[in-house]
Each structure stands twice: as C-alpha cells, then as structure tokens.
Design a protein around this ligand. Structure first.
Ligand code: UD1
Ligand code: CA
Length: 461
C-alpha cells in the first residue's frame, strides 16, 4: 500500500514562551520534529511532507531529512488548515496519508505500523489513533455513539461537562485515504476559535457515511504532546529513561541511571561504565571497557576502548584513542586527538592539538594548535603561545621530546626529535633534534646574604 506522511509543524507554539520554534526544541539532543521524522522515515513512505509556517526556513535548516517536501502555511489557522496546505505536495498521490503532529516526539514506529495495519485491514477511509491518558485535560476527546462507533472529536475548549469526562483522547495521528482528502477542504471554520480543526474531519466523514474508526493502541507516554516547557521536560525524562534502559540491556553499567544524560544520537559499547552526573551528547561514541567518572560532559567525540575519563572533564568534537586517560578537570576542545595510552592530566587544556601515542601532559598546561609526537613528556605548566594578537600559529613537538616544567613555546616553533627543553624556558626559535635548549637566566648565589645591610634596607621599605 502506498503511504504518504504529513507532519504538522506550523503552529506558533506560544505556550512554550520561546523565540525558538516549538518543534525545534530538543529532546535528548534531537529536535522534536527530527524525532518524528526519524520515526515516520522507518515506515518507508513514498512522500514525507512537513507543513511549516513562519519559521519554515529555520526548520528546513535544522532538520536532516533526505527527500522531505516542505509545505508552507502562511498563517497558523489551525491543524485542518495546515493539512490543506499540504494538498499541492500530495497532488497525484494514491494511497493512505498518515498525519502526525510535529510535537509528539515519543511516538514509536511499532505503534504507527499497527495503526496502519488496522486502518488497511478494515478498509477504512479515515482512522484516528486514540489513547487513554491518566489526565486527558488539554487533549481532544473521542466521542463515540452508544454502540461504540466514533462520532466526532471534540476539543477540550469546546467540550461540555459530559464530554470532558471522556477519558479516550485524540493522539493527533490520523490515516486518511487519498479518496477522502476532499473532506479536508470541507472542514468548517470553528468560529469561536477562528481556526479550522483537523479533528472536525471525523464528524465530516461520519456525516458522509465513510468508513471511520478510532483505534485505542499504544501507551500514554508515546502520545504525549509537547505544548509547554513542563511537558518538554517530562517528555525528555521519558525519552532519557528509555535510552538508559536500552544501553543497560546492551551491557552498559550506570552507577546512577537517574543522573545519566545520554543523547539519542550517542553510541555506547559493552562494559562501558558511567558514573553519576554525566552528560554524553550529540554523536559521541564510546568503545568497550571505557569508564566515565562523575561530572563529565562529552560532546560529538569518539572515545576508544579502555579509556578513562576522570571527574569533571569536558571533551568536545575530539578523538581519544584506546587506553588513554583524561582528567580530572581536563578541557579537550574541538579538533583534538589524544593517542593510544596517552595521558592528559588535571587542569590541562587542549585545542586543535594532536597528542601522540604514550605521550603525557599530566598537569596544568595549555596546548593549542599543536602537534605532539609519540612518547613526549610535557612538564607541568607548559604553555604553547599560539596567538600573536592577530594570527594563530602552530607548535610542533616531535617524538621523544622532554619539555621541562613551566616552559613557554612561542609559535610558530618546532622542537626536534628527542630534544630537551630546560624547565622555565621561553622558546622562540626552533630547537634541533637531540639538543638541549635553555632560556632562563642563570641562577645567582649570594652567600651569607641573610643578615647583611642589603637585606635590612629591603625590610624597612
Ligand atoms: C491537537 C488536537 C487534539 C489532540 C492533540 C494531541 C486539533 C484541533 N487538536 O491539539 O485533538 O488531542 O493535538 O497532541 O488538531 N499546527 C499547524 N498549524 C496550525 C496549528 C497547529 O501546523 O495552524 C501544528 C502544530 O505545530 C503542532 C500540531 O499542529 O505540531 C498540533 O497543534 P497544537 O496547537 O499543538 O494542537 P493541540 O492543542 O495540542
Ligand atoms: Ca500539541
């Protein structure tokens, strides 16, 4: 059966009180609309159409979607009007149109499949997906006749006292045969609200005696519509719980599953251990046997196997190879690479820095725009002076170099293989391989100075 999916995403989302379009608010690192798109994509529809409004450009820029068509709804005149705006993009389509709200990010493919199966098996012209929430306030209600047939959907705002007591709610998911799309054109204006309600398509279909049904399937959680920040947070909590449970089943150990924040795009491996209060974001991947200690944030990074990320470190857009150790309190900024078995210790900042295998920078360093070879030892307090006030320059440190503590390397500069830099040096010129470079002033010794005239003068001032 041919399938087209229409995602309604042109509402203003006023209840969010945000300058960001509602459907672009993220849940576990993915904009709501992207979650819905990912879900409907797995149904392999012939067409996917997103109806967007005022913020169409921003939505188009933000979503990753191969062949998605966009339809424009210039004014948010209701969900019925929104689907009408998709008509040009549906032209010539023969099959069923699955309509989904863009603000229900937790919908599962499995439920949509089951819904479409029921719709098709019963040869319906129109089907509505319903569910029973604990508190149906805010949702449209499914009105059924005494023999249980669907009659209409009534919005909370328009419901009378009796209808408000109905517990079966409209999920905002519909299947409409292309043959019934003309019903969308016939949806009347809800005068009280000044909107065309897509929900009114049900009464229209019933009036024309077209085969219609509502299927109460799926869980309350997955149909949670996000209209406010509080609902956004609730949806995020639900998704987060599901993600953590999913990785736990695949062999990841969470010391405190309640305080692990793992984005939907993250990939973890077996025997990864995650301590409390850890955020793993974006498209981060972590290899097996690695441990992430408390208060760490990792974004868009590739972490190898058996890596240790110690407490309170930040790693962004970088690579950490197998067996390396980072932190505590390390800041690995974008474009960095830490080689196998390398060690980056406390209060070390890396930026566009590549650290070779088995090299160490154990304490208090800034290493920016730097290529560090293998087996290098970077002493405590080493700083690469990469910025001359207008341009950035690179520092190259070749294999086996030893940099003494509290040294500054003024870029551009190259330290040749196995060279030594004496502690406290300011290096401004290239150092040949195997050489020792020292730039500190020679030490003076004044014997018996304590108790001399000179010292007394000092003290008086
Ligand atoms: C809607 C349903 C309600 C259902 C609930 C499920 C209607 C009238 N009501 O209510 O029965 O229980 O969803 O979550 O349909 N949109 C547009 N253009 C518009 C207005 C809205 O594209 O002019 C989009 C929004 O971006 C949103 C979706 O349609 O993604 C739903 O709109 P919203 O205003 O959130 O409807 P609800 O009041 O939640
Ligand atoms: Ca909604």
């Amino acid at each position: 059966m041919n399938l087209a999916c229409v995602i309604l995403a042109a509402g203003l989302g006023k209840r969010m009180r945000s300058s960001l379009p509602k459907v672009l608010h993220s849940i576990c690192g993915i904009p709501m609309i992207q979650s819905v798109l990912n879900t409907v994509t797995t149904l392999r529809p012939q067409r996917i159409i997103v109806v967007a409004g005022k913020h169409m450009d921003r939505i188009q820029e933000s979503v990753e979607a191969g062949d998605v068509l966009f339809a424009h709804q210039a004014e948010p005149r209701g969900t019925g009007h929104a689907l009408r705006c998709a008509a040009p993009a549906l032209k010539g389509f023969r099959g069923d149109v699955l309509v989904v709200n863009g603000d229900t990010p937790l919908i599962r493919t499995r439920t949509l499949r089951e819904f479409l199966r029921l719709h098709q098996k019963n040869r319906n012209i129109l089907s509505v997906l319903s569910f029973i929430p604990r508190n149906p306030a805010g949702y449209g209600r499914i009105v059924r006749s005494s023999d249980g047939e669907i009659v209409s959907v009534v919005e909370q705002k328009d419901a009378d006292i009796r209808q408000k007591k109905i517990t079966e709610a409209n999920s905002g998911v519909y299947a409409i045969s292309h043959a019934a799309l003309s019903l969308v054109e016939k949806i009347p204006l809800n005068r009280a609200r000044g909107e065309y309600y897509l929900t009114d398509i049900v009464a229209g279909a019933v009036r024309e005696r077209l085969r219609s049904a509502a299927y109460c399937i799926g869980t309350e959680e997955e149909f949670m519509g996000v209209n406010t920040r509080a609902e956004l947070h609730r949806a995020a909590q639900l998704m987060r719980k599901g993600i953590v449970a999913g990785w736990t089943a695949k062999g990841v150990d969470f010391i405190d599953s309640g305080s692990a924040f793992i984005d939907a795009g993250v990939s973890l491996s077996r025997d990864v251990t995650i301590y409390p209060h850890v955020c793993i974001e974006g498209r981060t991947r972590i290899g097996s046997g690695s441990t992430v200690f408390p208060n760490v944030r990792i974004r868009d990074a590739r972490i190898g196997r058996d890596v240790t990320i110690k407490d309170s470190s930040v790693i962004e857009d970088s690579v950490v190879e197998d067996g390396a150790s980072v932190g505590p309190f390390a800041h690995i900024r974008p474009g960095s690479r830490i080689g196998r078995l390398a060690k980056i210790g406390n209060f070390v900042e890396l930026k566009k820095a590549s650290v070779g295998d088995s090299s160490k920078a154990s304490h208090l360093s800034y290493l920016g725009d730097t290529d560090i070879g293998k087996g290098v030892n970077i002493g405590a307090g080493t700083i690469t002076c990469n910025y001359d006030g207008s341009k950035k320059h690179r520092t190259v440190i070749r294999d086996g170099v030893f940099i003494g503590s509290d040294s500054q390397l003024v870029a551009p500069v190259i330290i040749g293989e196995k060279a030594y830099i004496g502690a406290g040096s300011t290096i401004t010129k290239d150092v040949p391989a195997g050489a020792l470079a020292l730039s500190r002033s020679p030490q003076k010794i004044i014997n018996g100075w304590v108790g001399t005239k000179g010292r007394r003068t000092e003290k008086k001032r």
